[in-house]
Design a protein around this ligand. Sequence first.
Ligand code: ZN
Length: 106
Amino acid sequence: MKGMKCICGKIAEYNKNMKFNSYEIDGWECKSCGEAYYNPEKAEKILLINKLKKHKFYLKLSKVKSNLILRIPKEVGDALNLKKSQEVEFGIKDSNEIVIHPFKGS
Ligand SMILES: [Zn+2]
């Protein structure tokens, strides 16, 4: 990726290790005026995730044979890039807390 023109008229250089709301993101940084331009797709996703983090979902468990099924809301699946058949790490944190970690990648 090459540089892009900054509002100050100088060239902002591509930087793949930027921070945006404590998340890692890529974008363009102007060394001249300090202006930062974030990768718009990733910035949008980060903002969406921040919004979803504040939201509590109340879900109902269903049952297939003897297993309980939890349906992850579409907006959460989309924001976290969850796909059908994807493997996740599932663990019990406490008697009333479950933790699900999607594997990193793709
Ligand atoms: Zn600038």
